[in-house]
Design a protein around this ligand. Structure first.
Ligand code: AMP
Ligand code: MG
Length: 344
């Protein structure tokens, strides 16, 4: 197996941790192609059905890889390494991507690189930028809400995370209560446009330090809808935009308050966000306010690099390739793959 050192590094990366089959091909830090095959089958269930997700990955993986190779105009023998998401994620979904990556690595005789999905969300911020280290990153996705301190690309440590539901899941569940489609985040954002964000207020969770909790907020939201609908069965219909604006505002406030606390606690001014919820325009605006408050630079990845994507797996593996962090094909996927906790 030959490892290139001073030449271009070309990586084929696969992301399959949840319900998106994504393949990217990168040349050094440049993303040549990033294809995401979405799975529509989950829509009618209002959430991801794991068994259906792995079956869809199996259907999508070959055409997605073929298309990525075709669009990148890279030939298979130019590829220097194959990267895949080892976890965290859904077991069946991870297995499809990992098995395919291992087979490619063996057949092309190229090294294999395993990537932690949460680390990749953070490093998505390095795709079009050269971040100033250390920085603090808040990752807000469908499955996770986590704050990390990034000392450098190889040292990413958790300083806070949710003790129950994620922020993305809260968007999704509240949207479901309102009869909106899955995924709920974009639906709530769309319907909040002409709403009053102060129309309804919800109690903020009291969680010490940098950890989050969203389960109480979800219950709070459900009770409000149930109580108001007793005397007014059209309550949701009449107040949809106010309900969406108010829940969106509350979730964003909880997130930005903790990020603000992290900046002060660690005296680190450089900040970043990532994950699917980072696509939310109001959330982006709140981060830009923090940027102004601390006179710093906030990194916000492009929309296509915020939700699950293989470009973030490619950039993460680029750094691993440069330091020869390869893995054996005998490695197992890890649905609960954890990042290191920050040790004060
Ligand atoms: P990910 O797990 O990173 O792919 O992100 C998916 C999650 O992001 C889901 O919970 C979506 O509801 C949420 N999401 C996507 N777009 C938005 C948006 N515009 N506003 C709020 N949440 C969003
Ligand atoms: Mg994700």
């Amino acid at each position: 197996m030959s490892i290139k050192v001073n030449k271009d590094i070309i990586i084929l990366a696969i992301e399959s941790s949840c319900d998106d089959t994504s393949v990217a091909i990168s040349k050094n830090k440049e993303i040549l192609v990033n294809i995401v095959a979405n799975q529509k089958v989950h829509k009618e269930y209002g959430g991801v059905v794991p068994e259906l997700a792995s079956r869809e990955h199996q259907k999508n993986i070959v055409p997605t890889i073929s298309l990525a190779i075709k669009m990148s105009k890279i030939s298979k023998d130019q590829i220097d390494a194959i990267a895949f998401t080892r976890g965290p994620g859904l077991m069946g979904s991870l297995l499809v991507g990992a098995s395919f990556a291992k087979s490619l690595s063996i057949s092309l005789k190229k090294p294999l690189i395993e990537i932690n999905h949460m680390e990749a969300h953070v490093l998505a911020n390095c795709i079009d930028e050269d971040p100033v280290f250390p920085f603090i990153c808040l990752t807000v996705s469908g499955g996770h809400t986590q704050i990390v301190r990034v000392e450098n690309v190889n040292q990413i440590e958790v300083i806070g995370e949710t003790i129950d539901d994620s922020a993305g899941e809260t968007f999704d569940k509240c949207a479901k209560m309102l009869g909106l489609n899955y995924p709920g985040g974009p639906e709530i954002e769309k319907n909040s446009k002409h709403g009053n964000h102060l129309a309804f207020s919800f109690t903020h969770p009291k969680v010490d330090g940098l950890n989050f909790s969203f389960s109480g907020l979800k219950t709070n939201f459900m009770r409000l809808i149930q109580n108001k609908s007793i005397n007014n069965p059209s309550f949701i219909q009449h107040r949809l935009s106010d309900l969406c604006a108010s829940i969106q505002y509350t979730i964003i406030q909880i997130l930005t308050n903790k990020l603000d606390l992290a900046i002060r606690k660690y005296n680190v001014k450089n900040i970043a966000i990532s994950g699917g919820v980072a696509a939310n325009q109001e959330f982006r605006k709140a981060i830009i306010s923090l940027e102004k408050k601390y006179n710093t630079k906030a990194l916000i990845p492009k929309k296509e690099y915020s939700t699950d994507n293989a470009a973030m797996i490619a950039i993460s593996s680029y750094y691993k390739y440069r330091t020869s962090q390869f893995t054996k094909t005998s490695i197992n996927v890890d649905p609960r793959y954890k990042l290191k906790q920050y040790d004060q």
